[in-house]
Design a protein around this ligand. Structure first.
Ligand SMILES: O=P(O)(O)OC[C@H]1O[C@H](OP(=O)(O)OP(=O)(O)O)[C@H](O)[C@@H]1O
Ligand SMILES: O=c1cc[nH]c(=O)[nH]1
Length: 262
């Protein structure tokens, strides 16, 4: 006869495995507190979608074409070449929405029939792709406004602490633009976006906007509070961040999915 007191159910086995895993991490020094190691977003309070929808200067796309492309993008079976193509297309749609308030200046021209007054964009426009994942978005933006200046900025999120670290910066010293758009697909904790805007502000840009594909309420709130003077354009607002700081339902890792680095 089987002694039922000696049987462990699967939950008990799992919790023992996690205990051993946590103890191992502590012994290896991967938990700085020396106590039970925690995932970076575990237990961190997060606002709801409804709470952040009230924030000023936040624009969430409601276009049906965007919703269609977002569904293709989120699908885990979409391979990198198609994923990258979709990021570019979404970048173009977002660029169109986010440039609705650009300043214009009058321009006199001749059509084949007569002279008329037209309009040109007044002043230069800059796009700052936050590397790597912002590259596809910047490319899509350039398809709408080809003569943008592209200012590359490399920020990498440390996956243990979720802090962004700057590793590359090709911002020009001469600044003569009417607006710069910082572009990055994922607004998760908001750390990368806040740092990027800080760096751009230090260059003296008069007007800045942020353009992204998916925002988590937590990151959106942090960015809007840290930089209340910028407009934020995103294609979708998701539910939350998971314990590891990934947006859910999200789309996974936007950089890896664009460049095939799984
Ligand atoms: O809002 P946050 O919590 O800062 O997270 C978002 C950042 O994380 C991802 O980049 P990652 O650092 O993975 O680099 P990558 O673009 O090279 O993939 C993403 O593209 C953002 O830049
Ligand atoms: O969900 C997330 C969060 C950060 N970076 C990503 O690429 N995806």
């Amino acid at each position: 006869m089987v002694d039922s007191t000696r049987l462990l159910n699967s939950d008990t086995i799992l919790s023992k495995v996690y205990m051993i895993y946590d103890e191992g991490r502590d012994m290896l020094g991967t938990s700085p507190q020396g106590g039970k190691s925690k995932l970076p977003m575990q237990g961190v309070p997060q606002p709801t979608r409804d709470e952040v929808l009230k924030l000023p200067r936040v624009h969430i796309s409601s276009h049906p074409v965007m919703a269609h492309k977002m569904t293709l993008l989120r699908n885990k079976n979409t391979p990198p070449p198609q994923f990258y193509q979709l990021v570019k297309e979404i970048g173009s749609l977002l660029a169109y929405e986010a440039t609705e308030n650009l300043a214009l200046e009058k321009s006199e021209i001749e059509t084949p029939l007569q002279s008329t007054t037209g309009y040109r964009l007044a002043g230069g426009i800059g796009v700052t792709p936050i590397l790597r994942a912002g590259l596809g978005l910047a490319e899509g933006f350039r398809q709408v406004i080809p003569d943008v200046q592209v200012w590359h900025l490399g920020l990498r999120r440390d996956e243990e602490t979720l802090q962004a670290m700057e590793y590359y910066n090709r911002l020009p010293h001469q600044v003569d633009l009417q607006v710069v758009y910082a572009v990055d697909p994922m607004l998760a904790t908001g750390g990368s976006a806040i740092d990027a805007i800080n760096i751009l502000k230090r260059r003296g840009i008069p007007r800045l906007s942020y353009l992204g594909i998916i925002a988590a309420p937590y990151g959106l709130q942090r960015l809007a509070q840290a930089h209340p003077d910028i407009d934020i354009y995103v294609a979708a607002l998701d539910e939350s961040l998971n314990d590891m700081g990934y947006i859910v339902p999200g789309l996974g890792d936007a950089g890896d999915r664009q460049f095939g680095t799984f």
